[in-house]
Design a binder for this molecule. Structure first.
Ligand code: ADP
Ligand code: ZN
Ligand code: ZN
Length: 697
């Protein structure tokens, strides 16, 4: 009998969060999957490195029930990745590790697993022929970039304009890596797989010669059975290419040689619940750990990545990443011109200004397509009664319920409370309830009215369509709607930021953003960065077809009350570098990331006072020993979150900031004990969690 340390999916911060000891007839390799008894239940467990101290002699160890024989142990690298991530993001090791595995591993018997594995092994990967699908000749910029990737280790920040051919670079580099080693595996991460069905298609076409089973996807929309199948494929090395969203960064890939992070600036790489990890940052860590090359690609890299890929300065530590640039669009397609409409000179409450409408009509008369962005879904954000002042507040949240006209509901976008629109004012019975503001539904309706006199060449009316989270709720609906745009069945496409992402709309020559001003003066210091990326990406949807854009230079329109704002000036020049430089200067002066490191502790309770009291007392406890350690660290007072109440739960947060990442890590690790202890004396606190490197403050 030997003692084996096993990780179990015990909840964060429970007293059982470390490895537990079990007995077994012989030693098991770390990374082996086992089934063990846990209290009254049975659980999937992961054999961990032996504990530092063996269990006391007199303790009766329970025995491991079963080893998942057919599934090879997870690699030492994978265990190390999970160990790092759990510690860095302040989660319990077992919970984090087991959450990375497909849930069906827990539920299926060894016989069922064996059958699955056997079925998969029957699908043979094809031998790679010398050439796959036909591929275009490289542009000079692509050739230079690929040359560097072939000869230098990276990590690389690939800064390429929209339409510069970044995807082609990913595909070529992938092909080269796969060809160099018959076992090599490549991981390609994308922000949201469902938003970019074109990419998956392109990847499958290009690597069709490897066989169907060589490419698998990983994302949250898969069934449990698919998740297990795809995971096993990657884990056994059968899958050569994994295309997935952030969760895929934790896939087991024993022969990983290349990680591509497309649109690396995208906020969806940061997990927003449970273990709040950044898939981009873990990709870089994983690359280093496993000797896999990492490519972070974007037209508007995150300021963190931009800063880490700055030019080397003699005497200073060398930057962590290498920057590669592709400033030109493929085939001499030109980037759109920026037009600003000064809304100070437009009538009040104008949704579409006269000059923008005129420009749109001109495009449409030439059978070109127009894309209009409005970052608010629904018909109107608020209903109100002029006679008594009633507003459509959500009874459970600190937010208004949004009026949706299509199904005549009032919906809260935070807690999902949905009710029919009242016939009369609930406050005073007034029949005449009005609405404030504009959402995409209203924009769609308004545009159809404004363009009612225009026709397509065949005499039919122009078609205005809307794509947002509401219009695409049903499965397959987004793909269908995108196809309509591609086929030219739609003349004007209205949408939220969903439509700005990655689509290759060939006939769009004008893109308009209606009211982006909110982000210019937001209290969130990352808001300008996100706005610039959104507008640049939206603009990137226009003029992707070189022939089309020489016929009529494409345009990006912005309606704003601040036309002279520096953000728009740099956008006009398509000068991301200038924008980034200016933003980084501000951040340096203000002591913000990437020059400092942050973490948030959030607490939820029935009352705001209770949530804040818990945090403030935790801060006090932290302060008492913080002084002794002399860590360069600031704890700010607890404040309500900007969305203070959601579904009748009050939310508060506390910011912790440091000039040193190790100091912050050290503090958080130790402080957890205080938080745990306090939690038991603050019974009204429902939940608390730490968010390391938070994206929204
Ligand atoms: P990005 O990812 O940088 O926005 P893509 O890789 O999608 O750009 O390329 C934009 C368009 O140019 C796509 O339609 C792609 O097929 C095409 N393209 C990319 N590289 C080349 C090339 N070397 N020659 C011809 N067309 C190319
Ligand atoms: Zn009223
Ligand atoms: Zn609500």
């Amino acid at each position: 009998m030997v003692e084996v340390a096993v990780l179990l999916p015990t909840p964060a911060y429970s007293r059982l969060s470390g490895p537990l000891s079990y007995s077994h007839s012989h030693q098991l390799a770390p990374g082996s999957l086992v089934r063990v008894p846990l209290g009254q239940r049975h659980s999937l467990g992961l054999v961990w490195h032996a504990p530092s101290a063996p269990a006391p002699e007199d303790m009766a160890l329970k025995a491991i029930e079963q080893v998942l024989e057919g599934v090879p142990p997870l690699s030492a690298h994978w265990l190390q990745l999970v160990d790092f991530a759990a510690h860095y993001y302040q989660r319990s090791l077992g919970e984090f590790a087991l959450a990375c595995l497909p849930p069906q591993l827990r539920d299926l018997s060894n016989e069922q697993l064996a059958r699955k594995l056997k079925k998969r092994s029957k699908i043979k990967n094809l031998e790679a022929p010398t050439h796959g699908a036909c591929q275009p000749d490289l542009t000079p910029e692509q050739a230079v970039v690929l040359q560097r990737m072939a000869s230098e280790p990276g990590p690389f920040v690939l800064h390429g304009s929209t339409g510069s051919g970044k995807t082609e670079v990913y595909l070529r580099r992938t092909a080269a890596v796969l060809a160099s080693d018959p076992q090599a595996q490549v991981l390609m991460l994308v922000p949201e797989i469902n938003l970019t069905p074109q990419l998956e298609e392109r990847v499958r076409q290009r690597f069709a010669h490897l066989g169907e089973a060589a490419i698998v996807t990983m994302h949250s929309g898969m069934t449990p059975a698919q998740r297990l199948d795809h995971w096993l494929s990657a884990h056994t090395g059968q899958a050569r290419l994994v295309l997935g969203t952030r969760m895929a960064v934790l896939a087991s890939m024993p022969q990983l040689k290349l990680i591509v992070v497309d649109e690396e600036h995208d906020p969806s790489y940061k997990q927003q619940e449970g273990a709040r990890y950044s898939a981009r940052d873990l990709a870089v860590y994983r690359g280093q750990l496993e000797g896999a090359q990492v490519i972070l690609g974007s037209a508007t890299p995150s300021l963190e990545s931009w800063h880490h890929s700055r030019d080397a300065v003699p005497g200073e530590p060398s930057p962590r990443y290498q920057r590669l640039s592709m400033p030109s669009r493929v085939g001499h397609a030109v980037l759109p011109q920026l037009r600003r409409v000064d809304m100070n000179h437009q009538p009040r409450n104008t949704l579409i200004s006269a000059p923008l409408l005129a420009a749109m009509r001109e495009r449409l008369a030439r059978q070109e397509q127009v894309l209009v962005l409005l970052n608010r879904r629904g018909y109107a954000p608020v209903l109100h009664c002029a006679s008594c002042g009633w507003k459509s507040e959500c009874p459970q949240c600190s937010a208004f319920r949004v009026f949706h006209k299509t199904d005549r509901t009032l919906r809260c976008h935070h807690c999902s409370l949905t009710q029919p629109v009242p016939r009369a004012c609930p406050g005073c019975g007034n029949q005449d309830i009005g609405s404030f503001g504009h959402g995409t539904e209203r924009l769609e309706e308004h545009l159809a009215e404004l363009l009612v006199d225009m026709q397509r060449p065949d005499g039919s009316p122009l078609r205005v369509a809307r794509i947002d989270a509401d219009s695409t709720r049903l499965k397959g609906e987004l793909v269908r709607q995108l196809a309509q745009v591609h086929d030219g069945d739609v003349d004007v496409l209205v949408g939220t930021q969903m439509v700005a992402k990655g689509h290759d709309f060939r006939r769009v020559t004008l893109v308009a953003a209606l009211n982006p001003d909110g982000a210019l003066f937001s209290s969130d210091f990352r808001a300008p960065e996100r706005l610039f990326a959104l507008l640049m990406q939206a603009a990137g949807r226009a003029g992707r077809d070189a022939q089309m854009s020489t016929a009529s230079p494409c345009e990006m329109w912005v309606q704003t009350f601040h036309p002279a704002h520096p953000l728009f000036e740099t956008l006009k020049q398509h000068d991301f570098a200038a924008f980034a430089h200016q933003q980084l200067d501000e951040r340096r002066q203000a002591g913000l990331p990437p020059f400092t490191f942050q973490a948030l502790v959030r607490a939820e309770a029935r009352s705001q006072e209770a949530a804040q009291a818990f945090l403030n007392q935790a801060a006090e406890a932290g302060h008492t020993w913080l002084g002794e350690l002399e860590l360069p660290l600031t704890l700010y007072p607890a404040v309500p979150m900007s969305m203070q109440r959601v579904a009748n739960v009050e939310r508060a947060q506390m910011l912790i900031e440091s000039t040193s990442r190790p100091a912050l890590q050290h503090f958080l690790q130790a402080w957890q004990t205080d938080l745990q202890h306090l939690r038991s004396s603050h019974k009204t606190v429902l939940r608390w969690a730490i968010d390391v490197d938070p994206l929204a403050i």
